[in-house]
Design a protein around this ligand. Structure first.
Ligand code: 13P
Length: 257
């Protein structure tokens, strides 16, 4: 199974020309990948333009959110099917920055089911705001997974990606990225939670990514024996050189295994 590196551009850059330039740069760096899938998630408004830039390349286009209804009186929303029609293959759901604005596990769950029905891969973000010595953060992650994946069929789990993004490690105000050893524990914990819910085989088929202050210095060590399937990169995905280095490191790790 290929590793995945997803670039979440958030609400950046400001202009479509800039966005196209970054995407073209990434295309060049990613020309010879064999073991790594790269996905770019630009702002919704730029998706069509970037999809065009990515045509005839192996890089996929993704979205940062979508609504669960197919059409209707939902001001400001865009449906999963609409995004699929313009080439979107992955949709990030429940990002902490959206949860901060009111996104709930229940909404994520509805959106996830619509993604699966439309054969678009949902990337479900989970992550605690803080860590505590009593391990309440583990119960929090468990609840997020249980609620977000409620009612999902076992056979569909192979099409689900979970991105573990501890909120304290995300963005420019982040304290720091997670320690590689702590990440290994979290991957095991998430797999254990999925095993309890869906059984070992189905749990094993879910791809787990890490996001939060990923850069070229720490990207390699996150894969060390952690069972991690990939990375969700924010800030450094807007810099061709930095993102390229993260992707190439991932390719190197994937080629060894
Ligand atoms: P940073 O890499 O900027 O910390 O953002 C991570 C993220 O939120 C990706 O979805």
């Amino acid at each position: 199974m290929k590793k995945i590196v997803i670039g979440n551009w958030k609400m950046n850059p400001e202009k479509v020309d800039e966005a196209k330039k970054i995407a073209s740069g990434i295309v060049k760096v990613c020309k010879n990948l064999k073991k790594t899938e790269v996905v770019i998630c630009p702002p919704t408004l730029f998706i069509s333009a970037i999809a065009e830039t990515l045509q005839k390349t192996k890089i996929s286009i993704g979205a940062q959110d979508a609504f669960y209804e197919p059409k209707g009186a939902y001001t400001g929303s865009v449906s999963v099917a609409m995004l699929k029609r313009i080439g979107v293959k992955y949709i990030i759901l429940g990002h902490s920055e959206r949860r901060e604005l009111g996104e709930t596990d229940e909404l994520v769950n509805k959106k996830l089911k619509v993604c699966l029905k439309n054969k678009v891969t949902p990337v479900v973000c989970v992550g605690e705001k803080v860590r505590d010595a009593h391990g309440y953060y583990l119960a929090f992650i468990k609840k997020e997974i249980e609620h977000s994946l409620a009612g999902v069929k076992r056979k569909d789990l192979k099409d689900v990606v979970i991105a573990y993004e501890p909120v304290w490690a995300v963005g420019s105000k982040a304290l720091k990225a997670i320690e590689a050893s702590d990440l290994s524990e979290m991957v095991i914990y998430i797999k254990r939670t999925l095993t309890d819910l869906f059984g070992p085989a189905a749990a094993q088929s879910v791809r787990i990514l890490y996001g939060g202050s990923v850069n070229k210095e720490n990207a390699g060590e996150f894969f060390n024996g952690s069972g991690l399937s990939g990375l969700l990169v924010g800030r450094d995905s807007l810099d061709v050189k930095k993102f390229g280095d993260i992707v190439l490191l991932t390719e190197e790790v994937a080629s060894i295994k």
